[in-house]
Design a protein around this ligand. Structure first.
Ligand code: GLA
Length: 403
């Protein structure tokens, strides 16, 4: 069994990003900013349907060492390809002009410009301990770390103004992901990366983008949240995600509602939809939003031990009605439950990526070992493991902000 992946400290992440900056771009950055990946506790594929979701930020973050420039040149480098810095200009970053991680790192600058913010060029070096392609929002973490850096270096004052400014930055990052990277995702990941607070899950209402901080202290209940990266390929730009989104919007239009959040009589809605696939999609979305409400009510009532069946039901709904699971995710949740997890489900977009399991602190090792054995028995690579605790949203980590 692989050991759980530990998160980098401020010092380690900032040190790595600054060292990459010096080696690939030369000199010192003005600062280092970090923003986290996330897991979603419950509320999957509802963020583009006006629904409720409940992500929390991971302690695993992406670090961006950034220096403001006096011209309009942009230079970007990633620790994954330290010898291949990308050089261009602000005007050269736009939909259709850049791809892969450059779209995430640079796209944020384009999107800030579209929102009316005046920027100049910049140099940025990116290093991350958020597993890539694991459905843990490594892309949003890049966008949000760069957005925080540009916000501060170009005196936009957004993050400093509190949650409203962070919500604006999150919307900017979503636009970068949708239009520059071409991934038609909702807004959950960027909200978690920028608006989460330590010790809380983030209840996000995607109808109006309002949030509530829900205290979430698993350790006090003797529990842990184990994240299982199936290592099965996860891609949101391959059309399946967009197809789910389109089916939901078509169903909403047929039902005469703005979003599926407005469906309050599920049997009547299902009866009004001739297409069985649209019926399945709507049933998932409407029941999933109800599960989020029940989950939050239990957590607020200090009954976090009782949320397991809601996680299991969410997974079944995603597997059968929404059809976004896969063999690796199903084996991960089934074997975690069989080894004693209180509940388990896929998290994030699906089609690969990660699952989460709620486990007794004392049985984390046993559950991790059981899932690993189930994978190895099938001839699959060993899954990656990490422990999630409710971490804060992104911030500057160097120079260390004043207390
Ligand atoms: C991906 C997207 C999110 C959300 C989830 C599914 O993570 O980026 O916006 O739609 O899938 O809940």
């Amino acid at each position: 069994m692989t050991e759980p992946l530990l998160a980098w400290s401020d010092e380690e992440g900032a040190g790595r990003a600054a060292a990459l900056f010096a080696a690939a771009l030369g000199g010192e950055p003005d600062g280092v900013w970090a923003s986290p990946g996330r897991v979603n506790l419950i509320g999957e594929h509802v963020d583009y349907n006006g629904g409720l979701c409940l992500p929390m930020a991971l302690p695993h973050r992406t670090f961006a060492a950034v220096r403001r420039r006096d011209d309009d040149v942009v230079r970007l480098v990633s620790a994954l390809a330290p010898d291949e810095a990308w050089t261009g200009t602000l005007g050269g970053i736009a939909p259709g002009l850049v791809s892969s991680w450059v779209a995430y790192a640079g796209g944020t600058a384009w999107s800030l410009g579209q929102a009316g913010h005046a920027l100049g060029g910049f140099d940025a070096a990116i290093a991350s301990c958020v597993p890539l392609g694991a459905g843990l929002s490594s892309s949003a973490a890049i966008e949000c770390a760069v957005a925080l850096a540009l916000d501060e270096l170009f005196d936009l004052g957004l993050a400093a103004s509190g949650d409203a400014g962070r919500a604006h930055l999150a919307a900017v990052c979503v636009r970068a992901e949708n239009e520059v990277a071409g991934a038609p995702t909702g807004g959950m990941d960027q909200a978690a990366s920028l608006r989460a607070t330590a010790g809380h899950a983030l209840l996000l209402d995607t109808l109006d983008h309002s949030v509530a901080q829900v205290p979430f202290h698993l350790a006090e209940a003797g529990l842990e949240l184990l994240v299982i990266d199936t290592r099965a390929e996860h891609a949101l730009v391959d059309g399946q995600y967009a197809a789910r989104r389109a089916a939901c919007h078509a169903a909403a239009a047929r039902l005469g509602v703005g979003t599926l959040r407005e469906v309050d009589d599920l049997p009547a809605a299902l009866a009004a939809l001739p297409d069985p696939v649209e019926q399945q999609r709507v049933r998932h979305v409407v029941t999933e939003i109800a599960r989020v409400e029940q989950f939050v009510a239990l957590v607020r009532d200090d009954r976090v031990r009782e949320v397991g069946p809601l996680m299991d039901a969410s997974h079944e709904s995603l597997r059968l009605d929404y059809e976004v699971s896969c063999d690796e995710l199903d084996v991960a949740v089934v074997s975690a439950r069989a080894a004693g997890a209180l509940g388990a489900r896929m998290t994030g977009g699906g089609f690969g990526g990660s699952a989460i399991a709620l486990v007794e602190e004392s049985s984390v090792g046993a559950v991790g070992a059981a899932v690993t054995e189930a994978f190895v028995d099938r001839g699959w690579p060993e899954p990656g493991l990490l422990i999630a605790s409710a971490a804060p949203g992104g911030a500057r980590v160097r120079p260390v902000p004043p207390p």
